[in-house]
Ligand binder design. Structure first.
Ligand code: ATR
Length: 280
């Protein structure tokens, strides 16, 4: 039930119709019987400043920010938290003491998904990681992984200059390999992560031969549609542990929900099943 006292949050983007966030947040609002609503808002570049600066005027608790506004929104905020500054993008805004605060929960979602799905007795600490891709998702992943005290991260990207930029930015634990040499580092890799859009519905699969991946190695794809990409199928067939991408979407939503609605929701199998059904 939504009363006149309801807390309001939402997501801005252009386009916005494909967003899964309304389903997710309204699922939790319903589950926890919270008087609140989460709405999709189609906001163009032209209207971005007006919408952001007037959020407080309507008593809106905050919003998620999606493509193409994650970077451009920063200049309209009063405070930008450290994660968002380091990642260079904001995906969550909340109002605190009449100030608009921007944060980034992608690294949180990425790490919590991996942590919840690692085999028993595994830890990210000390791991050698291969990151495929060097876009916004890679940036969030690398920021999160460095906080977990991984041993080293090798970035492999079609456009090698972008990998070098990230290396310069994130420092001494980062290595770079040529795109056609990715297989060469697999024997020393504990965790392979695809952060590119390859493998997504309508895109080409990611081409990589996992046959030399370290025994006990793990393969994670942040793509969640399809849930089992060709990359994950190959890894599974070769006997490696796999981690799908849907959990990142679910976990990254937790901090925003807690800020806006004052309750920390849980990510469980029932929610995952609900979201996967919606994706179908
Ligand atoms: P996001 O913010 O979701 O990470 P992005 O910044 O556009 O999106 O990054 C997409 C990533 O997928 C990039 O690493 C991109 O490689 P380039 O930097 O060379 O563009 C990678 N990618 C997309 N299509 C690709 C393809 N066909 N082959 C190899 N890499 C691809």
């Amino acid at each position: 039930m939504i009363t006149g006292n309801a807390s309001i949050a939402g997501v801005i983007g252009d386009p916005i119709k494909h967003s899964l966030s309304p389903l997710l947040h309204n699922y939790w609002l319903n589950k926890y019987s919270i008087d609140g609503v989460y709405i999709p808002l189609h906001v163009t570049n032209e209207n971005l400043q007006t919408v952001i600066r007037s959020l407080g005027d309507y008593g809106i608790e905050g919003i998620n920010v999606t493509v193409p506004h994650k970077e451009s929104v920063i200049e309209y905020l009063d405070i930008v938290e450290e994660e968002a500054q380091k990642i260079g993008a904001v995906n969550t805004i909340y109002v605190k003491d009449n100030k608009l605060v921007g944060t980034n929960t992608d690294a949180y979602g990425f790490i919590h998904n991996i942590r919840s799905n690692l085999p028993k007795n595994y830890s990210l600490e000390g791991m050698n990681i291969l990151i495929l891709g060097a876009g916004g998702a890679a940036r969030a992943a690398i920021y999160g992984l460095l906080n977990e005290n991984v041993s080293a991260i090798t970035i492999c990207n079609r456009t090698i200059e972008k990998a070098h930029e990230l290396q310069k930015y994130f420092g001494s634990k980062i290595n770079v390999v040529e795109y056609n040499q990715k297989e060469e580092v697999l024997a020393a890799t504990d965790l392979v992560v695809n952060t590119t859009s390859l493998g997504m519905v309508g895109k080409h699969p990611l081409e990589i031969n996992l046959s030399t991946l370290k025994i006990g190695g793990i393969v994670h794809d942040i793509v969640y549609n399809p849930l089992e990409t060709e990359l994950l199928k190959q890894a599974k067939d070769r006997g490696y542990h796999i981690i799908t991408g849907i959990g990142m979407l679910l976990h990254q939503a937790v901090p925003g929900f807690e800020h806006w609605f004052g309750f920390r929701p849980t990510v469980d199998n029932e929610l995952e099943h609900y979201m996967l059904e919606a994706l179908k």
